[in-house]
Design a protein around this ligand. Sequence first.
Ligand code: PRP
Length: 179
Amino acid sequence: MDIDKKVWEILFSEEDILNRIDELGGQISGDYKDKNLYIISLLRGSFVFTADLVRKLDIPVKIDFIVTSSYGYETETTGTVEITGHIEEDLTGYHVLIVDDIVDSGLTMKKVIEYLKAKNPSDIKSCVLLDKPERRQLKLVPDYVGFTIPNKFVVGYGLNYGDHYRNIPYVFAVTDEDR
Ligand code: PRP
């Protein structure tokens, strides 16, 4: 599908997103005020969200990245989540917050939670910009959610289509309608 030839339905404008991130940042700053917060961001999709979110935190925070991949060029998960970039250190004493752009099937988040549990953190929570609960393949409720969305293929603000469009500053759904 050539998405440049389809009508884009804007779901969340740049302003909508930044306003919501402002709220999430305030909430997370309050919740982790007296804790050793360690944000683990899942590349590549979450790089834009993470960059905006961490600048809304007014508490000390460590930040690192894991690379996960399961979609490739497809719009459906392959069902196999690969972790290719790793966290080397032990996480004892840290309160880990996993940050990702979207939870869809939930397979990526589940795999990363299992991976991080082995590093012995005090606890693990999750924060996603977009939650698409209709597509869940397992029981998983993210702790912090920017927006809950319907079952539409979404692109922009870090989310890709064919490895492009991650730089679009808003989130849009690709419709069936030709331009
Ligand atoms: C996307 C997205 C999430 C994951 C969510 O990553 O960034 O990490 O899929 O889907 P799930 O809940 O069905 O597992 P992808 O594997 O496409 O890699 P990317 O971050 O490089 O885009």
